[in-house]
Design a protein around this ligand. Structure first.
Ligand code: ADP
Length: 272
């Protein structure tokens, strides 16, 4: 077979090749922009606490340290900024491990309600400090076994419940609720805290995104917590969403794969 128009064929091939290359180049450009943005954000996040530490140290060096109260106040500020840097480095380490796929998911069957109770107990002290009550709402007929990486889901719960405490109101309440949806389980963390403005909702899961409120009030955090949550949930091929009303509160929900009920747990007719 001889093509009636070989020149046109070659032209077509070249066009397709160019189209493919353009897609590859665009992807590389996007990655480069992403990396640049990441480094700019990171250096900003590192600079703020470091400058602050430097500033307080300078004041202490210039003073004769006779005012004990003042000295202690400055030392506390330095210690808070060191904590901020430690959280940032811990979260960075976590996100880079997740993204490199260094630790593959360890999917096993486990009872999500046991895990939720474990995390609630762990966060009890932190909640008490902020005068926030942590409650677990369980409907008795919801199946509770899921297939997921228990340690990673633990991290998701710690981050979401931690945020509900940080951004909760004094004497507020956080509810963790479990629902059944076809072959999935939906876990929701609801607070009656400060809420999130509509314009910020879609940026919430971006790395380093923090609302002006968290930045201006100097509420501890790296701005990486929700990026880590999203990464873990999506690595499980599951979904995360948020609804919120400023001044009223927020609900963060994520799904999990329901474990299949083993046949052995279904009562046999002769046992009934
Ligand atoms: P961090 O808490 O370290 O700043 P996150 O990634 O966990 O970072 O959250 C990003 C931002 O989303 C927070 O700074 C805060 O502004 C907002 N946010 C997260 N959870 C809540 C919540 N439950 N209520 C109100 N705002 C929230």
């Amino acid at each position: 077979y001889v093509s009636p128009d070989p020149i046109n064929d070659v032209e077509q091939e070249v066009k397709e090749w160019a189209k493919e290359k353009k897609i590859e180049i665009d992807e590389l450009k996007r990655e480069a922009i992403f990396r640049k943005e990441f480094l700019t954000n990171l250096s900003h996040e590192l600079k703020t606490p470091l400058f602050s530490i430097g500033g307080y140290l300078e004041v202490l060096e210039d003073s004769d340290l006779t005012d004990v109260e003042e000295t202690q106040r400055f030392l506390k500020k330095i210690s808070n900024n060191v904590d901020r840097l430690s959280i940032l480095i811990k979260d960075l380490d976590e996100i880079s491990k997740l993204e490199s796929g260094e630790i593959p998911l360890n999917i096993k069957k486990f009872d999500i309600t046991v895990l939720i109770k474990e995390v609630l107990e762990l966060m009890e002290l932190e909640a008490e400090k902020h005068h926030i009550e942590l409650l677990f709402k369980q409907k008795y007929d919801v199946p509770t076994f899921v297939m997921a990486d228990r340690d990673k889901i633990r991290q998701v719960l710690v981050n979401l419940i931690g945020n509900s405490i940080k951004y909760g109101k004094e004497n507020g309440t956080t509810f963790v609720t479990v629902f059944e949806m076809h072959d999935q389980i939906l876990v929701e963390v609801t607070d009656n805290g400060i809420g999130i403005e509509e314009k910020n909702l879609k940026r919430l899961f971006e790395r380093f995104f923090r609302t002006d409120f968290s930045r201006s009030r100097n509420i501890g955090g790296s701005g990486l917590g929700l990026a880590i949550v999203k990464h873990i949930v999506e690595a499980h091929d599951q979904a995360i969403n948020v609804r919120s009303t400023p001044g009223i509160g927020s609900t963060f929900g994520f799904t999990l794969q329901k474990a299949k009920t083993p046949l052995s747990t279904i009562p046999l007719i002769k046992d009934l």
